[in-house]
Structure formats: structure tokens, C-alpha cells
Write a protein that binds this ligand. Sequence first.
Ligand SMILES: [Zn+2]
Length: 438
Amino acid sequence: MRAIHRLSKILQPITIISKGSNNPHKDVTSKSQRLMLELGVIQQAHTGSFHFLPLGLRALDKLVKIVDEEMASIGGQKIMFPTLVKADLWTTSGRADAMGSELMTLKDRHNHKYILCPTHEETASHLLQSLAPISYKRFPLLIYQITSKYRDEMKPRFGLIRGREFVMKDLYSFDVDKLSAMETYEKVAGSYDRVFKRIGINFVKVLGTSGTMGGDLSHEYHYRAAIGDDKIFVCHNCDFSANVDLMKTEKCPKCDEGKNVSIQSSIEVGHTFLLGDKYSKPLNAKYLSHNAKPQLLQMGSYGLGLSRILAASVEVLSLEQEMRWPDSLAPFNVVVVPPKAGSREEATVGPLAERLYASLEREVPELKQNVLLDDRTNLTVGRRFLDARRVGYRFVIVLNKLSSEDPPQFEMNDLARNSQMVLQENQIIKYIKENINT
Ligand SMILES: [Zn+2]
């Protein structure tokens, strides 16, 4: 028998963040940060660093699963680099100076300098360099990892959106020439498009800036949000869009339109780079050509800010006092609310709650391990319903006196449609199957 997820057992500290000047959360600067802290999804450890509590980690795990599936579909191989990397590598690539004080650095007992990596182009190149050159037949090679990364932000902000420690998925591609590197770039970019489509939040893909990364070509993925630190140019006359840092005029460079364009605030959630030999050359990453000569590899680098995507999704969808998730990432999709302890319905209707829970898990594939039982029956149904709304569980099923009828009926609430229906079990199953978007 499978375990039941009971709300009373979940570590979910609920707090209210007041606006007073002496509160410990005076650096709370965004809606998603406040809601995720208040509703026990994350907990601040120190400035710019957070504990993922059970609900937060469930959401992150769902995102990881989507990413792993899409990477498998293009032949991406999951690996793990060390996070602690010798600073020499970054001196060799020239990036130690370029990134300066943003790099989190430390020294060991022998006074050797290390970096807590924000990204791993040097590490990936070094790995290929440290192997005997691999035959050209084995490329393209796509390796990726999902790990914590570090950046010494001057001002960490917006919770998980701009932290000093964050979870990033980073993929590195290696090819034998520029043409195949470009093909690989298109293939990986296609898989990123699919990741964002599956998450289900409207995104904008724009021509990107290369910044300290360098390289030949880059694209960025953005969520539109008022708090966003980035600005993107969008032409509504054609399909052109770009980071405004690339724009010198306010006219569309593609169709010459100057009026039907807009500049929007956004949060960057993904970035792809075609790097050429910018890292493989200084770090000497080579392959063995068909005439058995070592030749420089062509690289691409592809990042997804996973912890940032979670917070940005909540930022985009939430109401001021109620958290909202895309179905694809919600910690749970359904919550079942049985009657209050000691109520008239408890004895007759109460046992139905676990039966309904089991049928939902059994009959709706998307709901496997995604149903929550709000067994805090010392609280009224109304109070638990409000809690469910605040945390943003999309389908809230309440057992009440209608549930003692034959066949039993249940109050079904769909938060995404702001609707309430009275349905039988088989109708609930049908409704969720037709409407869930995971
Ligand atoms: Zn245009």
C-alpha cells in the first residue's frame, strides 16, 4: 500500500511577514519571495541562500524531471562536476579578471586558490583536455549537470530569483567543426523550447548578449515580469525580439518598424551560447581527427536557472495574497479536504476521503504521488479551503453532507478557472483528466 501524503505531517512553517522596520525579512522585495517564505515553501538560511522545504523541493524535482526527459531525447548525458574548482582554470580562460568580485573564491590550508563555480565552461573543457583525445566518431558530445552554483552578488534580491547560491542546469556541447556545432546548438535550443512549453508559462526567446561568456551567438529565454532586471525589445510587426542591450535604436532592425514595438521588463530564465573555441583553445580541449591528428573542439554552453524558474513562475502567476503554480510544477495538484472532527458528517463521510484519494492516484496517471490529504481535521473546512487557495493547489475537493448521498457527491473547486462544481467521483476523475496541464 502506498503512503498517503498527509498535510499534518509536512514541514511547512506558516509565517506572516510584516512591514515593520525591525522584522527579519525587511529585504523581501518581491511577491514570490514573500509568498514562498510565508507559506513555508522555502526558508532563508542567510542572505541570498535558502533551504528548500518539502513543498519547494517537490516543485524543483518536477522541473528536474522535465529537464532530464528533454535532455534524454537529444542524447544529453547527465554527469556531475566538482563545484570546487581550481582558480588556475579561470585564470587560463581569462574569466577570473572578467568576473572579478562576483566570483566566490576561497583558499585551502595550502593557500591554493579555488572557486565555487557559477558555471563550468572551464571545467568541461578541462575534462576533455585531461582525457586522451576522443575519436571524431564520438561527437557531438552533450554533457550536463544539475547542481548548486555560486555568485557573490552585491545585492541578493527577490529570493530565489537572484541568490548567491542557486540551482542551475548547465549543458556543454562539443563538436568537431563549426557546422556541426551550429547543428547541435539548434538541437539543444529546440529542447529548451520544449522544456519551457512543458512548464507552461508564456516565455519570450530573444537574441542575447554574450556578456562575460563570449562566443559567436546567443539566445535568452525570458518571463515577462514587472520586477525583472532585464529589458527586452519586442517588435509586434514581425517576430523579432532581442535583449535591449543589443539595440542601438528603437527601430526594429528586421522590418524597420519604429512604432509597433515595445520594451518590456523581464526575468532571464535560460541562456544558450555558441562558443566556438573560446574555452577549448586556452584549455586545450581536443579530439582525434580522421587522420589521427588532435584538433580543437567547438563548444556550446546552455544554462537553465532552475531555482529561478520556480520563483519566476510563482511571481508571474500569483495573486498578491495567494500563490499560484503552473500544473507542471505545483508541489501537489489536488488536495482532499475531509469534514471537521466532531462534525455531523465525520463518521459517515470521513472514510470516503482516503478512498477518493486512492482512486484519484489510481485512475489519473498525472496524479500519482500528487494528491494531498488535508487531515488537519481540528480546523474547519472553510479554514482549510482558504489555506489550500493560498498555497495554490489547483483542484480542491471538499467532502460535505452531499458526500453521504448515494452515490456520494463532492464539492470540486478548480482554482485556475475560479469555478466550483458538485461532482461524483467518476466525474471528478474525468474533469481532472481533461483539464490538468502537466
Ligand atoms: Zn520587426
